[in-house]
Ligand binder design. Structure first.
Ligand code: MN
Length: 198
């Protein structure tokens, strides 16, 4: 298999105060696993099978809907599990906090902008903290698109992302997406986000 479903660095119930174990397990073992296996099916026997996922996404306008949807789903969830963790939350520090202050004014302003992007993304999609030539910006994308894709409105490197598909929160939060977004701030692994800042 060209692409492999990664294991989580923590147990499914590790975030349960904020994201319940059943949601985590279904999300990883069913949803992420399905994106991964459908991506493998879509690239099987093509030169994409040996390409880094980032390179595939950078030229996604030339690929099929199957590669776009499942390649995005594979990459996005890989990032999502990493930027969360059981000892998460609080505020970033060091260079990351400096950059957030520089480009958003304050951590609170950034939090408000990111939360708003996540809450107002219509239907299924993601909200992102993106690093690009402008510095740090917030964006959102539909479906499994992401800022690495050449078709993205806001392009760059995603360093934090929140999945706002209903499968990410419905068991615990039902229709209350804003409550899920508020809870997400308690599980963000800022050390991981900081390592993604260049
Ligand atoms: Mn998802």
């Amino acid at each position: 298999m060209a692409f492999e479903l990664p294991q989580l660095d923590y147990a499914y119930d590790a975030l349960k105060e904020h994201i319940d174990a059943q949601t985590m397990e279904i999300h990883h073992k069913k949803h992420h696993a399905a994106y991964t296996s459908k991506l493998n099916d879509a690239v099987s026997g093509t030169d994409l099978a040996n390409a880094p996922i980032e390179d595939i996404l950078a030229g996604i306008s030339k690929q099929s809907a199957a590669v776009r949807n499942n390649g995005g789903g594979f990459y996005n969830h890989n990032l999502f599990w990493k930027v969360m963790g059981p000892n998460g939350g609080g505020t970033p520090s060091g260079d990351l906090l400096d950059a957030i202050n520089r480009y958003f004014g304050s951590f609170e302003k950034f939090k408000e902008e990111f939360s708003n992007a996540a809450a107002t993304r219509f239907g299924s999609g993601w909200a992102w903290l993106v690093q690009n030539e402008k510095g740090l910006v917030v964006s959102s994308t539909p479906n499994q698109d992401n800022p690495l894709m050449d078709i993205a409105e806001v392009k760059g490197t995603p360093i934090l992302g929140i999945d706002v598909w209903e499968h990410a929160y419905y068991l615990k939060y039902q229709n209350r997406r804003p409550d899920y977004i508020a809870a997400f701030w308690n599980v963000i692994n800022w050390n991981e986000v900081a390592t993604r800042l260049k």
